[in-house]
Design a protein around this ligand. Structure first.
Ligand SMILES: [Fe+2]
Length: 174
């Protein structure tokens, strides 16, 4: 029997997820996941933009690397949204909501050189990683949601690797 304690969004007519998390804890976790979903969309779009518009001697490898990363992000984005759904809440799904929720900023009309593109992408990954490091703790210690904490830990590791793959292009030795 449902305890009725875990109606995540209060949306009338939805079934309550009776999974041992309080409504307040689900709300805390869903807020974290929704902001993350929005930031991933901003980075996804920036990767596609740079995949299309990169120029220079490194066009080939960067064009390919940006594609590899936006394809990986597309899978992660789906997992984040479906995790929100599995907690019983509604996943934001419009550009308007993403831009309201995101902490990463878009750069409309900005088509920088290849090194600057890579630097912007590294900065985006690093900002997401710093958020995730806090969120891994908050979902565990504050919201008692070990499943999400574990999910976010794995995602943080993926971003750490993607950040390195980009950073290595602009790093100087010595
Ligand atoms: Fe393409």
């Amino acid at each position: 029997m449902s305890t009725g304690k875990t109606t995540a969004t209060g949306t009338a007519g939805t079934l309550t997820a009776d999974i041992g998390l309080s409504a307040a804890n689900v709300q805390g976790t869903v807020a974290i996941l929704s902001r993350l979903l929005a930031d991933e969309h901003v980075l996804y779009t920036r990767l596609r933009n740079y995949h299309w518009n990169v120029v220079g001697m490194a066009f080939g490898p960067l064009h390919a690397l940006f594609q590899e990363q936006y394809e990986a992000l597309a899978g992660d984005i789906d997992e984040i949204a479906e995790r929100i759904r599995s907690l019983g809440a509604t996943a934001p799904g419009t550009m308007t909501e993403f831009l309201q929720l995101a902490t990463l900023a878009e750069r409309p009309g900005d088509y920088p050189d290849d090194r600057t593109m890579v630097a912007h992408l590294v900065a985006d990954h690093e900002a997401i990683i710093r958020h995730l490091r806090r969120d891994v703790r908050a979902t565990d210690e504050q919201y008692d949601d070990l499943g999400t904490s574990d999910f976010l830990t794995a995602l943080m590791e993926k971003h750490e690797k993607m950040a390195w793959l980009l950073r290595a292009h602009i790093e100087q030795r010595g």
